[in-house]
Ligand binder design. Structure first.
Ligand SMILES: C[S@@+](CC[C@H](N)C(=O)[O-])C[C@H]1O[C@@H](n2cnc3c(N)ncnc32)[C@H](O)[C@@H]1O
Length: 252
């Protein structure tokens, strides 16, 4: 495990660009969605699911826009769209990004808090290594390790945060209820950490899955935050069960 502002790279999808070329804005404002229809010939050795994945990537306007604008991942647009609508990120804030690789959300957070300019602070964690990002302190560790929360807290200025983001997701097994339980365990750990570090008025944005045992999480969120809402940004694929919970106004 390591904490660094520099270092190696390894998360899938990571681009080598040092930062997005254009200011953060929705994909529509940044040149529009260009629908493509690339079809691939079946290659020897490629399974039909990897063929489908590749075709979807090649035809995905968000993938193209992320590449064009220097975002590390298409996921960056999910945070951009949520933040454009709900105004979570502000200059000078301290932000923790849980499950950050390859770094799209951290890039957005660094831009919007101005941590790149030394105003805010972004601390990111993932067990996958990824390329350094200006204004982001990266912890390379499993967030579920007992020592990880304290390590993040020690890095935060004054030990607190204004926003906790979690896009953590374990690799899917294909077994819906197992995947759901795993993502909910990550969400619950993220919430426990958020409750420990957030300042009054702080915000928590966390990936969850639609359906099933979210009741306990929602009950706790409603006790701890003034406003709790589910958000599904346009960049989150409509055929995916992925959903985000956005809780604002931490009661402290
Ligand atoms: C959907 S990706 C995050 C994408 C990221 N928000 C972006 O914009 O580039 C989910 C990430 O969560 C990470 N992750 C899952 N479980 C984790 C854990 N227990 N500790 C740290 N990272 C974890 C995975 O390694 C993966 O990189």
């Amino acid at each position: 495990m390591s904490t660094r502002k520099g270092g190696g790279s390894k998360a899938a999808g990571s681009s080598s660009g040092s930062g997005p070329g254009k200011g953060a804005g929705s994909i529509r404002r940044q040149g529009g969605v260009r629908h493509m229809n690339v079809r691939l010939k079946t290659a020897t050795g490629r399974t039909s699911s990897s063929q489908r994945w590749l075709e979807r990537q090649l035809n995905d306007p968000y993938v193209a826009a992320a590449k064009r604008d220097g975002w590390r991942s298409r996921a960056a647009f999910k945070l951009i769209e949520i933040d454009d609508k709900h105004h979570v990120l502000k200059p000078g804030q301290r932000v923790v990004d849980l499950g950050a690789a390859p770094g799209g959300w951290s890039q957005v957070a660094a831009k919007r808090t101005k941590s790149e300019e030394g105003k805010g602070q972004v601390v990111a964690i993932d067990y996958l290594e990824f390329d350094p990002i200006a204004g982001v302190e990266i912890v390379h560790q499993d967030f579920m390790d007992n020592s990880a929360p304290a390590r993040l807290k020690a890095l935060l200025r004054d030990g607190g945060a204004d926003v906790v983001l979690s896009d953590m997701a374990a690799p899917t097994t294909g077994h819906a209820s197992t995947d759901h339980l795993r993502i909910m365990a990550l969400a619950e750990a993220a919430l426990a950490f958020a409750v420990e570090v957030l300042q009054p008025g702080g915000a928590f944005l966390c990936k969850v899955f639609q359906g099933g045992s979210e009741h306990q999480l929602l009950t706790e969120l409603k006790q701890r935050f003034k406003i709790v809402r589910h958000v599904k940004p346009p960049a989150s694929r409509s055929d995916s069960a992925e959903l985000y919970v956005l809780a604002t106004g931490f009661k402290g």
